[in-house]
Design a protein around this ligand. Structure first.
Ligand code: GDP
Ligand code: MN
Length: 343
């Protein structure tokens, strides 16, 4: 792949004239949305926003997945939220991909949900949430409908982008040989992952692995023994190279974690799993921080700083209820990220 304009600030590429960037070839990329029928109302404005800010320029196809059948009402509302020429595909997540694996002890798992919930572990009382985290941790990459694609961009109901994205991030990542892109990085709640890091360490030692140059990003600095600082890429936004996530090395890592049963007896999230996998298997140069994107999901917002990094931004004012995660040092892992990229 050749990129004639790498010297131009990538954030501004296409901002003044999208015909420069939209004329370039597309990657085999897809916009991936896992959703329930009940997510419809939250998903519709997200699609309108995503089209306005990005996809009207690039026309990447959408893939919507659900372990239940999408209703006619859902499909027709999605249709109405998108331009007529949008490519939209629906598919099921099969029970074998979604449910507690049949060789594992579902009764034992289910008994633990109430105990976890009582201990205040967020969402741990919901079997479906455990299923979702496990699916996005590994199974998703091998879904039949993702087979034609090299890249996915995960989109969740309810999210908002506040700047135009006028270059193709798939192409950007392909040219730079990235495997993963994020916009927000924060710390995971400790009570969801009591033994995750120990299992990752065990896997590393058993496989005689040397951790990658991203490893220091996840390690508590200045601690006496190696421990997880709980930094993770917030996976509700992510752009990933499916060839990496389908690879034997990623899938073996996922399988080793899955075999512990702790996607259920604890409430391991796909975000810390993803991040620890990258820290073992991919170097820091494989991960890209899309600092020029502006994004909100639930309580956290990222807006480009300095402001001229983004394109046509309309970020919420700094005094608004959406607080900017980069400025909240208790939660944000941007300092850790900056540390590791300048090493
Ligand atoms: P949070 O972001 O951690 O609060 O979790 P969400 O509730 O937003 O779930 C993450 C993603 O998985 C979103 O895209 C949801 O629409 C989707 N999701 C969560 N639970 C389910 C489920 O039981 N079934 C389906 N089909 N999608 C789900
Ligand atoms: Mn969400």
């Amino acid at each position: 792949l050749q990129e004639p304009q790498l010297s131009i600030d990538p954030a501004m590429r296409g901002c003044s004239d999208t015909s420069l960037t939209t004329a370039l070839p597309r990657e085999k990329g897809v916009i991936l949305i896992l959703a329930r029928n009940s997510d419809m109302k939250e998903l519709m404005p997200t699609l309108v926003n995503f089209e306005q800010r990005f996809n009207r320029f690039f026309r990447y196809p959408y893939l919507l997945l659900n372990e239940e059948e999408f209703t006619e009402e859902f499909r027709s509302n999605i249709r109405d939220s998108l331009p007529a020429n949008a490519a939209v595909q629906y598919d099921r997540v099969m029970p074998s991909e979604w449910n507690i694996p049949s060789h594992q002890n579902a009764t034992h798992f289910r008994e633990s949900f109430a105990r976890q919930a009582k201990q205040g572990v967020q969402y741990a009382g919901l079997e479906s949430y455990h299923n979702m985290c496990r699916f996005y941790s590994g199974t998703f990459a091998r879904h039949r409908s993702l087979a034609p694609y090299d890249w996915y961009w995960r989109l969740e109901p309810g999210v908002t982008f506040y700047c135009d994205i006028t270059y193709d991030p798939f192409r950007f990542m392909a040219i730079r040989r990235k495997v993963y892109g994020f916009v927000i990085t924060i710390k995971e709640s400790a009570n969801t992952i009591p033994t995750l890091f120990r299992h990752v360490q065990n896997y590393r030692y058993a496989q005689h692995m040397t951790p990658s140059s991203l490893w220091p990003f996840v390690i508590e600095q200045g601690a006496l023994t190696e421990s997880y600082n709980r930094c993770h890429f917030w996976t509700n936004f992510e752009i990933g190279d499916l060839r990496f996530f389908r690879s034997v090395s990623y899938q073996n890592f996922f399988k080793a974690l899955d075999d512990t049963g702790h996607f259920y007896t604890e409430r391991w999230g796909d975000a810390p799993v993803r991040t620890l996998a990258l820290a073992l298997l991919a170097g820091r140069e494989k991960v890209h921080y899309f600092e020029d994107f502006a994004y909100n999901h639930d309580f956290f917002t990222h807006c480009p700083r300095p402001k001229n990094l983004g394109c046509n931004c309309s970020c919420p004012p700094e005094s608004s209820a959406h607080w900017d995660i980069d400025r909240n040092e208790q939660h944000s892992c941007v300092p850790q990220w900056r540390d590791v990229v300048k090493r």
